[in-house]
Ligand binder design. Sequence first.
Ligand code: 5GP
Length: 223
Amino acid sequence: MSNKQGGQDMNGQAVPVRSRGVMLVLSSPSGAGKSTISRALLERDPRLSMSVSMTTRPPRPGEVDGVDYFFRSIPDVQAMVAQGGMLEHAKVFDNYYGTPRQPVEEALRDGRDVLFDIDWQGTQQLAQNAREDLVSVFILPPSLEELERRLRGRAQDPEEVVRKRMSKASDEMSHWPEYDYVVVNVDIEDSILAVQAILRAERLKRTRQMGLAQFVNGMRQDG
Ligand code: 5GP
């Protein structure tokens, strides 16, 4: 059977119907395990790539332009915002941050999923600008004690720094009701599998599968 709507699954196998990509947002207070989960998802799933934000802040040692961020001047970023080139943006202290629209839209059209590591404010804007494509997941720590243990890690940060982080984490945690899914990260492998399951189910949503009507009609006519 020939089918113009077809595509490939994550193993490169031909499938008769392909789905539009998903914008997968992971948010969490720092220390809840978001970075570990993001890294594992990207390693295990070739259909998923990370959205690279644009920022006006200078690169830190080791950061690479086009990988960690697109490092641009303030007028460049302001011009992008004015032209509607950002899906969302924010000013954090004296710097601008934003998600360039074009690479995300291209990926979604091609059936590739995009992972976003942004906070609740960015997620709210994405929900306003691209609700249909958005799937948001909030990662919670299993307990406050465990979060504190993870935040302290092996670094010997001063007590004041740890207190500040805990207080910021508490503010961030209050935003869980704005998310589609919530994963309590007790066991990291289990949490990775949970987010993979969310992504898998979201890809199968009827509204994301392109050309279903033609596909089914084709079979009914053939039969
Ligand atoms: P940093 O400068 O430490 O990399 O990031 C500072 C803050 O900016 C973090 O809270 C981070 O989540 C936020 N941020 C980074 N990229 C974006 C983005 O594209 N959009 C928004 N809204 N916030 C961002």
